[in-house]
Design a protein. Structure first.
Length: 129
C-alpha cells in the first residue's frame, strides 16, 4: 500500500471526449497505470505525473493533482470487502475508488480516496497481499 499522486481532470461528458483526452497522453508517450471516469471527471494514475499535467494543461484541460492510496490485494473473493470494511469500521468514508485485475492475475490494485490517508494506512495494515 502506498500514497500516490493522481491527476484529477475535468472532461466533457460527450462522445469522443475521453479519447481526445487520452490521445494527448499517448502522443506524449505517457503510460496510463490506472483510470476511472466519473461522468465529467477523470482520475488518472500515470507514469510521469509532471509531464502529463503539463500536456493536459497545454491541451486546455483543467488539471489538479491529488493524493490517494493504492492498495495491492490478493485476487480472491472478499479481499476488497475486508479492506473497505476496515475503513468503514474506523469511520473513514471512501469518496471514490476504482481498480481492476487482469484475468488470471494473482493480485489486484485499487485506488481509494479517503479524507485521512495516514489513518487509512494504519487501519489497513496487514490487508495487502
Amino acid at each position: 500500500m502506498e500514497k500516490i499522486q493522481e491527476l484529477f481532470v475535468v472532461v466533457d461528458n460527450k462522445p469522443g471526449a475521453l479519447g481526445e483526452l487520452l490521445g494527448h497522453l499517448g502522443r506524449a508517450k505517457i503510460n496510463i497505470e490506472a483510470i476511472g471516469l466519473f461522468q465529467d471527471t477523470a482520475k488518472i494514475s500515470v507514469s510521469d505525473l509532471g509531464r502529463a499535467s503539463k500536456e493536459l494543461a497545454a491541451g486546455g484541460y483543467q488539471v489538479e493533482t491529488r493524493e490517494v492510496l493504492r492498495i495491492d490485494l490478493d485476487n480472491k473473493p472478499g479481499s476488497f470487502a475486508m479492506a473497505v470494511s476496515r475503513l468503514g469500521n474506523a469511520g473513514l468514508n471512501i469518496d471514490y475508488c476504482y481498480g481492476t485485475v487482469g484475468k488470471g492475475q494473482k493480485s489486484a490494485s485499487v485506488i481509494v480516496d479517503v479524507q485521512d490517508l495516514d489513518r487509512a494506512m494504519d487501519v489497513l495494515q496487514g490487508v495487502e497481499k
